[in-house]
Write a protein that binds this ligand. Structure first.
Ligand SMILES: [Zn+2]
Length: 134
């Protein structure tokens, strides 16, 4: 038996890190993701955890929906794969992240492939919009 403390819950974004060391500080809005990819991951985790407040916080005000109710959301998010990133680093003002997110809805598996655009707003990364690939 290991004498280490119990394994902390893995972060839903699939980073391999514990949630407390990965997306949770961002969800607490006490820290901001340093890159567009980190923001993308934190938003995926927020969808998985139904954290609507954080999703709205990390959404550009111009494109953020009036309301976001995830409580009746039928999707169960199963995993995230980052396909590619373009800019979105510390010195950039915009960035793109292409990803595939897997989900289950009504017993059926599905996948969402999207190219998302992120920009700086108020000095932090926010989600602007995305192009869904069929
Ligand atoms: Zn994470």
């Amino acid at each position: 038996m290991s004498r280490k403390s119990p394994v902390a819950a893995a972060c839903p974004c699939g980073s391999g890190l514990a949630y407390t060391l990965c997306c949770q500080p961002f969800h607490g809005m006490s820290a901001f993701p340093p890159t567009a990819e980190a923001l993308m991951r934190s938003r995926y985790s927020a969808f998985a955890l139904k954290h609507a407040e954080y999703l709205r916080f990390s959404w550009h005000p111009d494109t953020c929906p009036e309301s976001l109710d995830l409580d009746d959301e039928p999707l169960k998010w199963l995993g995230l794969t980052i396909v590619s990133t373009d800019k979105g680093l510390a010195g950039d003002l915009e960035g793109r992240v292409e990803f595939v997110a897997r989900y289950k809805a009504g017993g059926r598996a599905g996948r969402l492939a999207e190219k998302s655009r992120f920009v700086r707003f108020d000095g932090r990364w926010v989600y602007l919009d995305g192009e869904v690939n069929a």
